[in-house]
Design a protein. Structure first.
Lengths: 330, 361
């Protein structure tokens, strides 16, 4: 059986709202409009305007209200139409949500989910195309998840909503319409995935490719091409940016002795940089080649199609880097 | 005991609303309690000033002396099921919610017995079990948070309300208007309490606000201007506001008040206002003196008894400080607690991760 990521997210929200009356969703056009990307489709009809709250276009205000509602014990799911707009509200995510449990020595927990599409869509220019995984991933007190497949989307969103801490849930617009095979187990309403655990999407022995979100698909395509050239690539789907599954990454690198990181975000201080540091710290003596980093270009996202293509990782970039790591580059 | 009716010093001024009566019902016990609590609050803040100067309190420390009537008048009108959230001038709000002096001083000195176990500091006092949600360090951010708490109260239909406090400095923050707009759309039971002490840090209100009539700044949201130096006026306004918001959604209460100290400990509080202005307020509008005069005028107490109360407040504060000083610093292992409610056994790192790391519970 197959399911789109959109339906996976929608069904996860529906099931968690049905299971727990303290769960509610709020954001721009989540109700009457049925969601800018239709992730909240049908929820208003089913749960009513008290639990599916349309907000004005005022991120700082509604994010603060969401965090306050979580202080009071509700479980808000705050939708950003895209994570680019979360910058208007980043103070509430970092200062009001992530730090309160610590500052209050455990008195004020913040069970909230911030979700929405993150990273580059297509042709929307610099202010609507940025990956915030590294930004939120650097902040203690937050958990940061990035699903790839429909199983990820269902299992991780359910885990995020049930979690007692603030979770930043980074979706990808271009994956919403993609269909993935889904198991009966993952369709069960009790299903959830563990936070902080990566998934080995494809086993291999020659090189480890670590990716998250849409780049997992690219990494799998790259692995397929590499296999035709006799290179066996292991593909790790991070699923969780924070906590980062350092154990899974290092175990894989200790097996393959080579590492390629792939992300859509900017290179400097990125997720790949953190993974590289972890491997250098924990598994330096296992490395047979320099770590390769594939990332978005170090520029604001351009609009023109040819320039945009140059600004985001392509499958051939991953293939090339893996071959370099295996000393198979021409 | 006999109930008393006392006229507020000056009338309330309403914006899009008929103000409540100037005649406030009270009792001798309530007035005595106001006096005692405000004296204790005042003494706590003066002592904090000394502890800061003795370097026992670190970093920031924002004192509330002068504004006490707002904290106690508000408490007299509401219950602990109602919520309060404020900015960083939070010591006396904490005390008003039932926090203890020892918890306050221990937190100020970063000790284990502090209300946040020494992890919050002066700006981050909390007492969630009595509806006090902090203690926030980012100017204005507590306003949407307070509206969110009110969202939770309306959602759970428990009939309680939230008082979200901010100063005249924060009154110009954009997010305040965003949150107020949504609160009005959703009819949230939230009272925005503008504690107008007339200076946002070191900037006079008229230099920061084109319209310093903060009770009118909600435009479509009604407001009330209140003498924030008169505890009975504050009580009357808060009682009125609680009833109002449960039926109609948000209201703004502008409390005309004054802080005797500077904005924080690095501000002597004298470069942007005159000494005469401060001493004038002390002589004519001081919230403690107002209650003292009432108690004496109605022959509910004597000069001597009130002096004794002040003496015993001093003693109580000194004892609390001594006790707080005995409290040890937090255990180093506390560095890694409360980062998450659920840490999933993930590793977290100190400065030198080879030397210091912990498994998060």
């Amino acid at each position: 059986k197959e399911m789109t990521v959109r339906d996976a997210l929608n069904s996860a929200l529906d099931e968690e709202m049905s299971a727990d009356p303290t769960v509610f969703v709020m954001g721009e056009e989540v109700g009457e409009y049925q969601g800018a990307y239709k992730i909240t489709k049908g929820l208003l009809d089913k749960y009513g305007p008290e639990r599916v709250v349309d907000t004005p276009i005022t991120e700082a205000g509604f994010t603060g209200i969401g965090v306050g509602a979580a202080y009071h014990g509700l479980r808000p799911v705050v939708e950003f139409m895209t994570f680019n707009f979360s910058m208007q509200a980043i103070d509430h995510i970092i200062n009001s949500a992530a730090k309160s449990n610590y500052m209050s020595a455990g008195q004020i927990s913040v069970p909230i989910v911030f979700r929405g599409p993150n990273g580059a869509a297509a042709g929307v220019g610099a202010q609507h195309s940025q990956c915030y995984a590294a930004w939120f991933g650097s902040c203690p007190g937050l958990k940061v998840l990035a699903p790839y497949s429909s199983e990820d989307a269902r299992g991780l969103l359910k885990a995020a909503i049930r979690d007692p801490d603030p979770v930043v849930f980074l979706e990808n617009e271009l994956l919403y319409g993609e269909s993935f095979p889904i198991s009966a187990e993952a369709l069960d309403s009790s299903f959830s995935l563990p936070i902080g655990k990566a998934k080995i999407e494809r086993e291999g022995k020659d090189v480890t490719i670590v990716a998250y979100s849409k780049m997992v698909g690219y990494a799998l395509q790259a692995a397929e091409r590499l296999s035709k050239e006799g290179i066996s690539a292991e593909v790790i789907n991070l699923r969780s940016i924070r906590p980062l599954d350092r154990r899974a990454i290092n175990a894989s690198v200790r097996k393959t002795n080579r590492l390629v990181t792939v992300e859509e975000g900017f290179p400097q201080h990125g997720v790949g940089a953190e993974i590289c540091a972890s491997v250098v710290e924990e598994s330096f003596e296992y490395l047979d080649a320099p770590v390769e980093r594939i990332s978005g270009a170090d520029v604001p996202m351009p609009y023109a199609a040819d320039l945009e293509r140059l600004a985001v990782p392509q499958v051939e970039d991953i293939v090339r880097a893996a071959k370099r790591a295996c000393f198979r580059a021409k | 005991e006999s109930a008393l009716s006392i006229e507020t010093s000056i009338p309330f001024i309403g914006h899009r609303i008929d103000p409540p009566s100037r005649t406030v019902e009270t009792t001798p016990n309530e007035l005595m309690d106001f006096f005692k609590t405000m004296v204790l609050m005042r003494r706590m803040e003066i002592a904090a000033d000394s502890l800061y100067k003795a370097k026992l309190i670190r970093g920031f420390c924002h004192l509330y002396d002068g504004q006490e009537a707002v904290a106690i008048g508000m408490e007299a009108a509401i219950t602990k099921k109602d919520a309060i959230i404020t900015a960083y001038r939070d010591h006396c709000i904490f005390l008003g919610r039932g926090g203890t002096l020892v918890e306050a001083f221990a937190e100020l000195m970063g000790r284990r017995d502090g209300c946040s176990k020494g992890k919050g500091g002066s700006m981050h006092f909390y007492k969630k079990d009595s509806g006090f949600f902090g203690g926030h360090g980012i100017v204005g951010a507590q306003v949407p948070l307070g509206c969110g708490i009110a969202f939770g109260q309306k959602y759970s239909k428990d009939g309680s309300v939230t008082f979200t406090l901010y100063g005249d400095g924060a009154a110009n923050q954009g997010q305040l208007f965003e949150a107020l707009n949504m609160s009005a759309l959703l009819d949230l039971p939230v009272i925005l309490v503008c504690e107008n002490n007339h200076y946002g840090m070191g900037t006079a209100e008229w230099r920061a606000a084109k319209s310093p009539a903060y009770y009118k700044r909600g435009d479509y949201v009604p407001g009330l201007k209140v003498d924030g130096m008169d505890a009975l006026a504050v009580k009357q306004a808060c009682k009125f506001a609680k009833e109002y918001v449960l039926k109609n959604g948000p209201i703004i209460l502008e409390m005309d008040t004054y802080r005797y100290h500077g904005h924080s400990m690095s501000d002597p509080g004298s470069t942007y206002r005159t000494r005469d202005e401060i001493s004038g307020v002390r002589q004519e509008r001081d919230p403690i003196e107002r209650i003292r005069k009432l108690l004496l005028a109605h022959e509910l107490s004597t000069e001597k008894d009130l002096k004794d109360i002040e003496k015993s407040a001093r003693k109580e504060v000194d004892e609390a400080i001594a006790k707080a000083k005995e409290s040890p610093m937090p255990d180093p292992s506390e560095l890694f607690t409360n980062v998450y409610v659920k840490g999933y056994g993930v590793e977290s790192f100190g400065a030198d991760r080879k030397e210091l790391r912990a498994v998060l519970p």
